[in-house]
Design a protein around this ligand. Structure first.
Ligand code: ATP
Ligand code: MG
Length: 272
């Protein structure tokens, strides 16, 4: 049983709920009537084609856009987020795709970057210890917290960005394509890290175009298509089902290819 199913069957309250959330940019309906629940300790993958509305949804939840209509509930209470710091204060942290790290600063400085609002006035040693503790909790592989970000790999940078987002003790973190630019080993490392964040009891919303990553880590897969919710799937949904929902057609070149590959796999299995 997936943890999301158990979370729901135990009657636990979702951390975050969206009810009929829509966002228009002038005549463009980027999101229409989106419903979504995120429970503690579950990973919700957000998938969809280019322009489906994934980033708009994340930005709306991050307080960067205000919804045109609909309701956002945080721990059961309706909230209106006036901006990114309001979302962060509530406990919604975001790692945007560009990561926004400073190349010429070290890991500690990057983790504390933009956290001037925090009440702690830490000295360098305390900041270093806190950085180590955060990274150790994530079992992150960073050679030294005094390394400058410019010397880190793509996976290590993603790790630093995730560690930074955890500094404010959020209840939800949202990741926009955390594995997009990564090789196989680094992808595995980042997915492990997401597992650890989930194990801490946070809700995770992860945008990904990689169905393998999605299947490896998600408790639920939410498909957006043309700004609308086009299905919610369990992580064991077939490639064909997912691609069908993403493209809006169960029978197109991409899904036919996925089906052929699945059939070929099955034949190989039968022969073994
Ligand atoms: N600030 C904006 N102003 C006007 N239109 C926008 C704005 N942001 C997004 N859109 C439009 O909203 C729709 C959804 O875009 P969005 O960036 O959310 O898609 P996406 O699913 O993240 O796509 P991708 O996979 O390419 O990142 C698109 O039609 C896009 O052109
Ligand atoms: Mg996007």
């Amino acid at each position: 049983m997936s943890s999301s199913t158990s979370a729901r069957s135990e009657g636990r309250q979702p951390i975050l709920s969206l009810r009929k959330v829509s966002k228009n940019f002038g005549a463009v309906a980027a999101l229409t009537d989106i419903d979504l629940d995120v429970y503690p300790g579950e990973v919700v993958a957000l998938v969809g084609d280019n322009g489906a509305g994934k980033s708009t949804l994340i930005k709306t939840l991050a307080g960067a856009h205000s919804p045109t209509s609909g309701t956002i509930l945080f721990e059961g209470k309706e909230v209106v987020m006036e901006g990114p710091s309001a979302a962060l204060d509530l406990g919604i942290a975001t790692v945007f795709q560009d990561l926004a790290l400073c190349e010429n600063l070290d890991v500690v400085a990057n983790i504390f970057l933009g956290q001037e609002k925090t009440p702690w006035h830490m000295d360098e040693t305390e900041m270093e210890v806190t950085s180590w503790t955060l990274l150790n909790e994530l079992a992150a592989r960073i050679p030294s917290v005094r390394d400058v970000v410019a010397s880190l790999s793509g996976g290590q940078r993603q790790t630093v960005a995730i560690a930074r987002s955890l500094l404010s003790n959020p209840k939800i973190i949202m990741l926009d394509e955390p594995t997009a630019a990564l090789g196989v080993a680094q992808t595995a490392e980042v997915l492990n890290l997401v597992e650890r964040v989930k194990a801490k009891g946070l809700g995770v919303i992860m945008i990904s175009h990689n169905m393998q990553d999605v299947r490896a880590i998600a408790d639920r897969v939410v498909v957006l298509r043309l700004g609308k919710n086009n299905g919610v799937f369990a992580a064991d949904a077939s490639n064909e089902e997912l691609i069908g929902a993403i493209t809006g057609a169960t029978d197109n070149a991409v899904s036919r290819r996925a089906k052929r590959l699945a059939e070929a796999d099955k034949k190989v299995e039968e022969l073994q």
